[in-house]
Design a protein around this ligand. Structure first.
Ligand code: 5GP
Length: 192
């Protein structure tokens, strides 16, 4: 199978990375396909199994860890496991496409380590922790406790930004989208 490239967007949740990833997916000439992660957390709101995530039970998730079906996996929050199945890359490369990821910072760094040449890793930086709090509250899909858990994690995640190939500051969404588009375009046109 001919392998494509990998573009990773990582950031604390609420930084706007999902919006950026969706934007890039809409640009046909980039030829990108979304890596659907597996997770043991429950579906939120309008999320659809097999589209947003592969929703697995904790037991199913742990069995797949045992049988080494994951490229990378992580317990992002307590009992909430997330991971990239090896079969996802095969599915996307078999279509002749490149893979785009919306994953947490540890997963992003792992993928860059596994495929150093083939991967572009981008960190999306929120304007501030205060702004992040406001965005997560606005999204209001989760309890206060869960939001606080995400905020606490965000401070730790911010410290990993220098380990990425590029950092995009998401103060202004339009500008951030343009920057992401340019980075993706330049990386994909380069020969390996
Ligand atoms: P959420 O619950 O908000 O959908 O995701 C929580 C965190 O898990 C986010 O930072 C998200 O990017 C991350 N995540 C999603 N999929 C994966 C994955 O496959 N691997 C890893 N390591 N993290 C993931």
């Amino acid at each position: 199978m001919i392998k494509g490239k990998l573009i990773v967007f990582s950031a604390p949740s609420g930084s706007g990375k999902t919006t950026i990833v969706r934007h890039l997916l809409g640009i046909e000439k980039l030829n990108l396909e979304f890596s659907i992660s597996a997770t043991s957390r429950e579906a939120r709101g309008e999320e659809v199994d097999g589209k947003d995530y592969y929703f697995l039970s904790l037991k199913e998730f742990k069995n797949k860890i045992k049988s080494e079906e994951f490229l990378e996996w992580e317990e992002v929050y307590r009992d909430n496991f997330y991971g990239t199945l090896k079969s996802e890359l095969e599915r996307i490369w078999a279509q002749g496409k490149h893979v785009i990821f919306d994953i947490d910072v540890v997963g992003g760094i792992d993928i860059k380590r596994i495929y150093p040449e083939r991967t572009l890793s981008v960190f999306i930086k929120p304007p501030s922790i205060e702004e992040l709090k406001i965005r997560l509250k606005k999204r209001s899909t989760e309890s206060e406790d869960k939001i606080n858990m995400r905020i606490a994690k965000a401070s730790i995640e911010l410290a990993t930004a220098p380990q990425f190939d590029f950092i995009i500051e998401n103060d202004n969404l339009e500008v951030a989208l343009k920057e992401a588009e340019e980075l993706a375009h330049n990386f994909l046109k380069k020969r390996l």
